[in-house]
Design a protein around this ligand. Structure first.
Ligand code: NAP
Length: 329
């Protein structure tokens, strides 16, 4: 019998790619959005799957409402992607970030415990939980102590431990993907990589004359390709014994180098078209962070071997395609 999966936050970046991946496996996919009348389903449309998924409104994360949803839709798997997912925004909206990233997760876990403990539950954890990591702890391996440096990181760390605790204390089938930064054409336009690639293409096409404004170029991150990362989410829930995994590229690149390569690949002069704006700096930023993905590769048979240069080539190609599609739709 075909499985039913419920994806919270299906209209974000990862939701459409994950939905596409599991639809191909024959799943019935239900997705949630906070306000149906204002749903932003362009990602689903772009991938041509908007009519293949059932979208429901979910803005009441009370235990009683989530129990009702589980009883009504009877999912076999839940992928909890919905979140206030911006680190920068979390400094501006700490109350909302903690409230919405933690309490909704806790409600889901309680609802599963009470309604159907056979439901497999995926939590979208984040490398931001680690915070500033000492050089000798890089690349980070699963199990390193968390030291989050933003309300977002703190919310994700709390949600992570709750998910682990419900697995250990109540035997729920929960697993966390600790994802490092991942990008695609469907990334929100306020995220730096998407912003730079999009505007760099406009400059290359002669449609933008002003420089691209960026924050701290010295930060170093582990960037990867979202359509490949969602495959690992599904694999995490297919294990006999659920566990937590790093999903990352294992490559460390500075933002300066990443942006430089985008400019080089598009033949744009960064002297003319790149401007550092201190207003875009975060109150606290992580200097360098990258992960070890061997556990996911070995235990999940997850395949990932894109270099940073290949990733940038792919993202530029995808953005051209996406912009053409947007212009037609
Ligand atoms: P995203 O594009 O921001 O999508 C998340 C969705 O959650 C949004 O489309 C929105 O859907 C919903 N949402 C936004 N604010 C919310 C709030 N305050 N409360 C409840 N729901 C809210 O995120 P993503 O890039 O797909 O990432 C998926 C998950 O992985 C997130 O939990 C994120 O924190 C985590 N993560 C992402 C990365 C990354 O590099 N992308 C890395 C590590 C972890 P509606 O407006 O339709 O309700």
């Amino acid at each position: 019998m075909n499985k039913t999966a419920l994806i919270t936050g299906i209209c974000g970046q990862d939701g459409p790619y994950l939905a596409q991946f599991i639809l191909e496996k024959g799943y019935h996919v239900i997705g949630t959005t906070r306000l149906l009348s204002a749903k932003n389903d362009f990602g689903l449309k772009y991938l041509g799957i908007d009519t293949d998924v059932e979208i429901i409104e979910l803005n009441d994360f009370s235990l009683s409402n989530l129990k009702k949803i589980l009883t009504q839709h009877q999912p076999n798997e839940i992928y909890n992607l919905a979140a206030q997912s911006s680190v920068g925004e979390s400094f501006l909206k700490p109350l909302e970030t903690i409230q919405e990233n933690v309490m909704s997760l806790l409600s889901w876990l309680e609802a599963i415990k009470l309604v159907d403990q056979n439901i497999a539950f995926y939590q979208a954890s984040s490398s931001e939980m680690y915070g500033n990591v000492r050089l000798e702890n890089l690349p980070i391996q699963e199990g390193l102590i968390f030291n989050p440096a933003s309300p977002y990181g703190i919310s994700k760390a709390t949600a992570h431990w709750l998910t682990v605790n419900y697995r250990e204390a109540h035997g729920l089938k929960t697993g966390c993907g600790i994802l490092f930064n991942h990008e695609s054409a469907l990334r929100g336009s306020n995220y730096v990589i998407k912003k730079v690639i999009h505007q760099a293409i406009l400059i290359e096409q002669g449609k933008q004359k002003t420089p691209i404004r960026v924050g701290n170029l010295a930060i170093k991150r582990d960037w990867g390709y979202a359509p490949k990362y969602v495959q690992a989410m599904w694999k995490i829930l297919q294990q006999d014994k659920l566990d937590d995994y790093h999903i990352c590229s294992g490559n460390l690149t500075s933002l300066n180098e990443f942006v430089g390569q985008i400019f080089d690949q598009l033949n744009i002069d960064s002297e003319l078209y790149l401007e550092v704006d201190k207003a875009l700096y975060r109150p606290v930023d992580l200097e360098a962070i990258y992960g070890d993905n061997r556990k996911a590769k070995q235990e999940l048979d997850w395949k990932y071997n894109m270099s940073t240069t290949e990733l940038i080539e792919q993202l530029i190609k995808d953005e051209y395609q996406y912009m053409e599609w947007k212009a037609r739709n």
